[in-house]
Design a protein around this ligand. Structure first.
Ligand SMILES: O=C(O)CCC(=O)C(=O)O
Length: 265
């Protein structure tokens, strides 16, 4: 991967239950991000951007095997020579729906797939979605990266597993609503600080399906400093990250060398 890595996070409103409208908006935003100078290396989308939280109709609305998403985003990646972490989509597999991220490389190939492991009972996800069962480590142009989705950030043991699996940058597509901005910020910063890695979170914004989402997508460095943060409007947030900082921070406070897993694992 090139250093620095240029990121573009698409913080968009999602129309719950209207995949056609969401595809049209997502495609327009991707095209807009591709015109930025300097051009992004990786574009990131929020959680469940195709359907929003229309969970009672989710089987009818979900993308069968992700085929529509794969066709549209593969072509976009090839056309613009850019990587895309396609947030997550509601994906139909057989009779079940998963909340799944696909990562596309510059040739439009799918290099990783991750399905949300922890389903959020407060929004009834457990009644309508099937949980994933594999951690989301992947390699992107030579850099070890990982993904989790929204509620997953409340589980530090998953973030630590991803870091132990080599991740230097963690991507977090989300639909995280008001009023828990304090939790969002604190948990994201904590995952960055304790694992000494970049955390890149892309939230949705505005009213959707009866809930209000505050945006505040952010890029946090391995010291826990917020280096870019969006407002509460639709926007495309850009940031450049220097992945060498991860090794520098890990060298300065050797948390990984100082672990005592025989005591607490
Ligand atoms: O954990 C939270 O407070 C929000 C989680 C959430 O909205 C989700 O996972 O979709």
């Amino acid at each position: 991967m090139t250093t620095p890595l240029r990121l573009a996070l698409i913080q968009m409103n999602i129309e719950a239950g209207n995949p056609d409208a969401n595809f049209a908006k997502m495609e327009a935003k991707l095209e807009a991000a591709a015109t930025f100078e300097p051009k992004p290396d990786l574009i990131i989308l929020p959680e469940m951007w195709n359907t929003g939280y229309a969970l009672t109709e989710i089987v009818a609305l979900a993308d069968p095997d992700g085929s529509r998403t794969k066709a549209v985003i593969s072509e976009f990646c090839r056309k613009h020579n850019v990587n895309v972490l396609a947030g997550s989509i509601a994906q139909l597999r057989g009779d079940a729906v998963t909340n799944t991220i696909h990562v596309f490389d510059r040739n439009g190939g799918i290099i990783a797939e991750y399905s949300k492991i922890h389903l959020f009972q407060l929004m009834n996800e457990h009644l309508h979605l099937e949980a994933g069962d594999a951690p989301g480590n992947f390699e992107l142009e030579g850099t070890s990266a990982a993904a989790m989705i929204c509620y997953d950030i409340r589980f530090p043991e998953l973030a630590r597993k991803l870091a132990l699996g080599g991740a230097k940058i963690l991507f977090v597509p989300a639909e995280w609503p008001h009023p828990r901005l304090h939790h969002w910020r604190t948990l994201l910063q904590a995952r960055a600080i304790e694992n000494q890695m970049y955390v890149v979170s892309c939230n949705t914004v505005g009213e959707s399906g009866g809930a209000n989402f505050f945006g505040h997508s952010m890029v946090i460095d391995p010291w826990g400093e917020v280096i870019a943060e969006a407002s509460e409007e639709e926007t495309i947030l850009t940031a450049e990250v220097d992945l060498e900082l991860v090794d520098e921070v890990r060298g300065r406070i050797p948390v990984f060398a100082d672990r005592r897993p025989s005591i607490y694992e």
